[in-house]
Structure formats: structure tokens, C-alpha cells
Design a protein around this ligand. Structure first.
Ligand code: 5GP
Ligand code: MN
Length: 342
């Protein structure tokens, strides 16, 4: 194994808190009756896959435990994953929860309404791979160089006991955060883990196509429009595009339909950084950034209250599209210049 959690300890927290080591699931579940599982707002493949993977595993191996998954609206692409229809979207008014698993969530704020579990559950276990996560659980398992939270969830499970539905969800989560085993976060361990999940009997090709590549015609159109209207900046090293609310309304798409645009943009010859943002409400933009090899976009996102990974990060910013771009560019330019000097 590449990481045993102890490697992550020094990276994630300065203060002496409980050791950020591998989680002993059986120990955490001792005397536990109710478990809540939640991931970050606007859940992506990894948040959904890690949550449902853990859920199916608990249902199969700890039937005495009452487990429930809480996530915001789940994009259509993931509806083929078993258990999506059991996900709860409303947080109960009275929370009575022994153990809360907070998955793939870099900070408490990103839990949205599910943040109530962090406040009211008897104990919170935080499992995550975001470099910007400073550790906000009672127990933290944060490994920034892991490919995905789904990979970390597999590590805490007894692989022989992973049921097919859990294997499908976890494989899907790994597929999404690695960009189908393409991003630099994909390690030999990731590939070996994916192989072991495949041996549980999953149809990997079907999962990859249905959840990652297949798009609706409307999605194709808005992707095309965003690409057509993209601009190259900084001698072709930065590429940028954005989508306004009224354009989304015109094409009848929602924000999750824009997933993948920023990945396509960054794969342009000569480009080091891709910036893509869309309007969530008038004058508010959700920003996505991707970096090929030189720029730490997590640092840029963090300076605007967001976070993420070195090569993939995001934040929410206010102003006009022009303001947002003008705020982001100097930091990116500065990092590029620093690298040029090295
Ligand atoms: P995306 O661009 O796909 O929305 O996000 C890229 C990465 O950055 C993901 O790991 C995501 O969790 C993280 N991220 C995106 N937006 C935010 C944000 O506003 N705050 C934090 N902390 N992380 C974000
Ligand atoms: Mn993730």
C-alpha cells in the first residue's frame, strides 16, 4: 500500500490530535446503532461512489446497524448505481445518530445541510483526500495523495466481504476522480485496487460509459458552445470559458450538465491551466480550475475560500465574469512565472 495514513498525518494537521491512521471499522462500529453517511454538496462521482459503497458494505456486513446516506440531488448519469433511489435528500429535524461518516468533503461548509450531522452525531469519522482538508472529524483519515475517497473507503473494508453493489459504486468513484485512470493521482495501488474490485464481478465498461462518457444531446450542445467560446490567454498557457445562467436555461441544462468541460479545456496543446465557471445566481460564479503540471490550483482556489487538489480545484466567487477572471489570473500568472524562473 502506498499510504498507511501515518504519511498523511504531518501533511494535514499541525496540532496534536488523535493519530490520523487507518480506520478500524469494526472498532468504530462497536455498540453503534445508527450511522449517517454524507458527502459534499453538488455530489460528484467520488462523493456518491464512496457514500454508496460504504452504505452497501454496512448493509451487507452489519445488518444490525441502521445506515442511511444523505446527499444533495444526484445527477442522472449516476442513476444506474444501485442504492441511488435510497439516498435521502432531507436532513431529519431531530438527529439521533451514533456515528457520522463524512466522505470526500474538504471542509464542514461543503457538507451543506448535512453539516447538522457533524454537530449532532455522537462521533464523526472524516475520510477524505483533499489536500485542503485540515481535519474536522473526531477521527480523521485524510490521505491527500490517494486517488479518491472511494479508494480510501476500500482500504478500510475487508475486501473479501465487499458485495457487488458496493464494488460497483466504489469502482465508479475511483473512475471519476482519476478521470478514468488518467490523472496523475492514479497510482499502481489504484490500478490494483480497481482490478480487485473488477474481480468482484462488476461490468467496468458499462459503469465507465454510463456514468462518465455518455451525455445527452443538450449536454453536447452546451459543451460545444463553451468550447467554441473559449479564449486562450497568457501566450496560450491559460484557457478560459464560462456559461451564464440564461444560456443554461436556453439549452435546458443544469449545472451538473457542465461537468467535463474544464477537463476538455485543459487537454489543449500548450495549455497549463484551464479556468471554467458558471453562474449559480446573478453575480455569483462557481469556478473550476484544472492544471496540467506546473500550477497548484488548490492554492489559488483556497485564496478565494475554496479548495481541492493541486491539479483540480474550485471555489465560488462574486462579481461579473470579467471580475472573476481578473481576480484569478494574476495568481496563476505568478505561479507560472515562478516555475519559469526555476
Ligand atoms: P470541480 O472543479 O470538479 O467542481 O472540483 C474540483 C475539486 O475541487 C474537487 O475535488 C472538489 O471537491 C474541489 N472543490 C470544488 N469547489 C470547491 C469549493 O468551493 N470548496 C472546496 N473546499 N473544494 C472545492
Ligand atoms: Mn474525491
Amino acid at each position: 500500500m502506498k499510504n498507511d495514513g501515518s504519511a498523511a498525518h504531518g501533511l494535514t494537521r499541525g496540532e496534536a490530535k488523535e493519530e490520523n491512521a487507518m480506520i478500524d471499522l469494526a472498532k468504530e462500529l462497536k455498540d453503534v446503532q445508527s450511522v449517517a453517511i454524507a458527502g459534499h454538496i453538488r455530489p460528484d462521482g467520488d462523493a456518491i461512489g464512496s457514500s454508496l459503497g460504504l452504505y452497501h458494505y454496512l448493509k451487507k456486513n452489519y445488518p444490525e446497524v441502521e445506515a442511511a446516506v444523505y446527499l444533495e440531488n444526484i445527477p442522472r448519469a449516476y442513476h444506474m448505481i444501485s442504492g441511488v433511489d435510497e439516498v435521502r435528500h432531507e436532513i431529519p429535524r431531530e438527529i439521533d445518530c451514533d456515528l457520522f461518516f463524512c466522505l470526500d468533503c474538504a471542509d464542514e461548509h461543503r457538507l451543506g445541510a448535512a453539516g447538522e450531522f457533524r454537530k449532532k452525531a455522537k462521533k464523526t469519522v472524516c475520510i477524505d483526500h483533499h489536500i485542503s482538508n485540515s481535519g474536522f472529524g473526531d477521527v480523521d483519515y485524510i490521505v491527500p495523495d490517494a486517488s479518491s475517497t472511494s479508494e480510501l473507503v476500500v482500504r478500510i473494508l475487508d475486501e473479501e466481504k465487499i458485495p457487488l453493489e458496493a464494488a460497483e459504486a466504489l469502482y465508479m468513484g475511483i473512475v471519476h476522480d482519476t478521470g478514468v485512470f488518467r490523472h496523475s493521482c492514479t497510482s499502481p495501488d489504484t490500478m490494483e485496487m480497481a482490478a480487485r474490485l473488477m474481480r468482484r464481478g462488476i461490468d467496468g465498461s458499462k459503469i465507465i460509459n454510463a456514468t462518465y462518457y455518455d451525455k445527452s444531446y443538450q449536454q453536447r450542445l452546451i459543451h460545444g458552445k463553451a468550447l467554441l467560446e473559449s479564449s486562450l490567454l497568457k501566450d496560450g498557457r491559460v484557457i478560459f470559458s464560462y456559461v451564464q445562467r440564461e444560456t443554461m436555461d436556453f439549452f435546458g441544462v443544469d449545472t451538473s450538465d457542465l461537468d467535463g468541460i474544464v477537463e476538455t479545456l485543459v487537454g489543449t496543446y500548450g495549455v497549463e491551466v484551464a479556468i471554467f465557471f458558471y453562474e449559480t445566481e446573478p453575480g455569483v460564479y462557481k469556478v473550476s480550475m484544472r492544471s496540467k503540471s506546473l500550477v497548484d490550483v488548490s492554492r489559488v482556489a483556497q485564496s478565494f475560500g475554496g479548495g481541492g487538489h493541486v491539479r483540480a480545484a474550485g471555489c465560488t466567487m462574486k462579481g461579473t465574469a470579467c471580475d472573476v477572471l481578473n481576480l484569478l489570473l494574476p495568481q496563476i500568472e505568478q505561479q507560472l512565472e515562478e516555475k519559469d524562473r526555476d
